[in-house]
Design a protein around this ligand. Structure first.
Ligand SMILES: Nc1ncnc2c1ncn2[C@@H]1O[C@H](COP(=O)(O)OP(=O)(O)O)[C@@H](O)[C@H]1O
Ligand SMILES: O=C(OP(=O)(O)O)[C@H](O)COP(=O)(O)O
Length: 403
C-alpha cells in the first residue's frame, strides 16, 4: 500500500487530491455532538494542504436513500473542518454536479473543499457494478489523485471506497495507516484472555461477525440492541426490543457452537425497559424499570443492560489481557440509558488489558460520557470496519489501495 508520505515526496502542489474521509459524525439536528472523526482526518488534510494540493474532501453521512436529504447534509461537518483547520473550507451543495465542479475549479493551491454527502447519489452504494463505476467516473473527473482515509467505511464496497481508487493514482492516508497498524497487532499477536464486547444498533451487520469471532475470542459479551435477538433465540419474550428475526436460527447455532468450543458467550441477565424510545432532544426523564432478561413485559423495549449485567460484564472484563469493544450497551445518548455503556468503559479502564474501542458511536460515547480517551489503548474510528478486519476479511477499501 502506498502511503501519503510517498505522495508528498512525489509532490502534490497544484494537484487536485480527492480525500475519501469518514465524516459520519453524530448529529443532534445540525449540531455535531462529537467531532472525533473530523479530527481524525486532520493530519492528512493538513499535510496535503500545506504541500500545496487542492484538497477535495468527500464522505457519507448517515444512511440517506440515494437522493438528497437535508437531514444528512455534510454542511455542519464542512464548517467544523474549517474551524479545526483554521482556514476557509468551501462547500459544494452537490457531490459531482455543477456546484462541485465549480467549487473544485475555484480551489487555489493549498485550499480545501468538501462536497455534499456521497450517499445522496444512488451510484455510491449500488450493488450494480456498472452503476457504481459510472458514479466513480464522475468522482474521478473531480481529481488527479486519490487518498483513502475513511477507515470507518473501508468495509463497504461503495463507489468512492472501492471503484474510484482504481481510476486514479491512489494512496492511504495517515488515519488508515494508523488504524491498520494497531489492528494488525491484534490479529497477529493477541494476548489472551481475549474478550470482545459487542453492542450497538447495527444488529444485522454485527451478528454476522460473531460467526468468525467464535473461533478467535475467548469470551464474548453481548449488549446493546443485538442482545435481544439472542434472548429471543433462547426462547424469551422481548416485547418491542430490537430484533433481527431472520437471524434467530444463526444465533441459536452460535449459542450451541460457543458451548461446544468452550467460548464463553455472555448475555445480559437483566435489562432496562420502557414503553417508549426516549426523547433524545429534550432528554426528558424516561423512568425505565430493570427487569430480568427472561421477564421483559409485552409492549416494553430493552434500552440498556441492567445493574446486575453491569456487574457481571465488569467481572468478565477484569481478567482480560486484550479487549475489543464495539457498540454502546444501551441508548447512551439519554442519561437514563447510559449506565451500561459507562460501566463497560470504566471496566476497560480498570483492567490492565490492551483495550481497543471501535465505532463512530462507541468512540463518541466514551468522549461524551467524560472518559479520557487517551487512557484506552486505541480508539478506532470504525466499528464495522474494525470488526471485519479482526475477522480476517478482505476489506474492499483496503484491497483497492493495495495494488
Ligand atoms: N437496546 C438498544 N435499542 C436501540 N438502540 C440501541 C440500543 N443499545 C444501543 N443502541 C444504539 O446503538 C447506537 C450505536 O450503534 P452502532 O452504530 O452499531 O455503534 P458504532 O457506531 O459504535 O459501531 C447508539 O446510537 C445507541 O443509541
Ligand atoms: O459509522 C460507521 O460505521 P460504525 O457504526 O460501524 O462505526 C461508518 O461511517 C460506516 O457507516 P455505514 O455503517 O452506514 O456504512
Amino acid at each position: 500500500m502506498k502511503t501519503i508520505d510517498e505522495l508528498l515526496a512525489e509532490g502534490v502542489a497544484g494537484k487536485r487530491v480527492f480525500v475519501r474521509a469518514d465524516l459520519n459524525v453524530p448529529l443532534a439536528g445540525t449540531t455535531i455532538t462529537d467531532d472525533g472523526r473530523i479530527r481524525a482526518v486532520l493530519p492528512t488534510v493538513k499535510a496535503l494542504a500545506e504541500a500545496g494540493a487542492r484538497v477535495v474532501v468527500a464522505s457519507h453521512l448517515g444512511r440517506p436513500k440515494g437522493a438528497p436529504d437535508p437531514a444528512f447534509s455534510l454542511a455542519p461537518a464542512a464548517a467544523r473542518l474549517g474551524e479545526l483547520l483554521g482556514a476557509e473550507v468551501a462547500f459544494a451543495t452537490d457531490t459531482v454536479g455543477e456546484s462541485a465542479q465549480a467549487v473544485v475549479a475555484g480551489l487555489g493551491d493549498g485550499q480545501v473543499a468538501v462536497v455534499e454527502n456521497l450517499r445522496f447519489n444512488a451510484g455510491e452504494t449500488s450493488k450494480d457494478d456498472a452503476e457504481r463505476a459510472a458514479f466513480a467516473d464522475r468522482l474521478a473527473a473531480l481529481a488527479d489523485v486519490y487518498v483513502g482515509d475513511g477507515f470507518g467505511a473501508v468495509h463497504r464496497k461503495h463507489a468512492s471506497v472501492f471503484d474510484l481508487p482504481a481510476k486514479l493514482p491512489h494512496y492511504a492516508g495517515y488515519l488508515i495507516a494508523t488504524e491498520v497498524g494497531v489492528l494488525k497487532k491484534l490479529t497477529d499477536e493477541v494476548q489472551r484472555p481475549y474478550v470482545v464486547a459487542l453492542g450497538g444498533a447495527k444488529v444485522s451487520d454485527k451478528l454476522a461477525v460473531i460467526d468468525e469471532l467464535l473461533g478467535k475470542a475467548d469470551r464474548l459479551l453481548i449488549g446493546g440492541g443485538m442482545a435481544y435477538t439472542f434472548l429471543k433465540a433462547k426462547g424469551y419474550e422481548i416485547g418491542n426490543s430490537l430484533l433481527q428475526e431472520d437471524q434467530i436460527p444463526a444465533v441459536q447455532e452460535y449459542l450451541e457452537r460457543a458451548e461446544k468450543n468452550g467460548v464463553e458467550l455472555v448475555l445480559p441477565v437483566d435489562t432496562l425497559v420502557a414503553a417508549d424510545f426516549p426523547d433524545l432532544k429534550t432528554k426528558a426523564p424516561a423512568n425505565p424499570t430493570a427487569v430480568a432478561a427472561d421477564a421483559i413485559p409485552a409492549g416494553q423495549q430493552g434500552l440498556d443492560i441492567g445493574p446486575e449485567t453491569r456487574k457481571l460484564y465488569a467481572s468478565k472484563l477484569a481478567d482480560a489481557a486484550t479487549v475489543f469493544w464495539n457498540g454502546p450497551m444501551g441508548v447512551f445518548e439519554h442519561p437514563d440509558y447510559a449506565e451500561g455503556t459507562k460501566a463497560v468503559a470504566q471496566a476497560l479502564l480498570d483492567s490492565p488489558a490492551f483495550t481497543v474501542v471501535g465505532g463512530g458511536d462507541s468512540a463518541a460515547a466514551v468522549r461524551i460520557l467524560g472518559f479520557d480517551e487517551t487512557a484506552f489503548g486505541h480508539i478506532s474510528t470504525g466499528g464495522g470496519a474494525s470488526l471485519e478486519y479482526l475477522e480476517g476479511k478482505t476489506l474492499p477499501g483496503l484491497a483497492a489501495l493495495e495494488d
